[in-house]
Design a protein around this ligand. Sequence first.
Ligand code: MLT
Length: 235
Amino acid sequence: MKVDVLFTLNEPIDSDHPCTVVVVDVLRATSSMTMALASGCKEVVAFSSIEESIEFASELGSCDYVLAGERRGDKPEGFVLGNSPQEFTKQVVDGKKVVFTTTNGTVAINRCKGQKRVMTGCFLNASAVLKRCIELGEDVVVMCSGQDGRFAMEDTLFAGFLSSELSDLGACLTDAAQVASMLYRLNSKDIRGALRGTDHGRYLCELGYEEDVDFCAQISRFDVVPFVCGNVVRC
Ligand code: MLT
């Protein structure tokens, strides 16, 4: 098994073998999706734009969906939920579709259209994703959503977690995966502190979302593995 890491969503997926792509947006899109699916939401439908999300939602019955997402970290006007994972509770999302648009995470998911096997990961479902990668036994490509096309440390830390665990089991790491793995090993004892110290972590704290950052730092709280088909994410 080979493990590769794409530090941004603009890097091409380059694998000669069947591979599992793991899309990561630790702060906060894939963390919110994990929480939503763990809370019984039927599926998350991921859109790149607010307009597409509103258009899609307008075709659904009002009890069937929850419109959620963010721009610049905050809930867009008219949306029911923002992008705080703790808000995706059973009371709000159980049995519903979450129509979701975020700045980077949902864009990354849409970039993976055409890939055979795509899942989403974050620290909240770290062990479950690792276990599934091991069971599948294919090459793994971790796509970090990053921030506006740039490197984001929080996503690389999660990519480093997967790389380092899989390497311990004998996987071969690309240069990018080796760097991610080293970064994770340096920070593994204090993921909460590391997330708070990232550019986006600091930005979210300034906006008053420090609870979200701490929530996203919980390791393996949920045993769900979201799989992506087109732009639909389900367990
Ligand atoms: C994104 O997709 O860019 C994010 O999840 C941003 C955020 O809400 O923190």
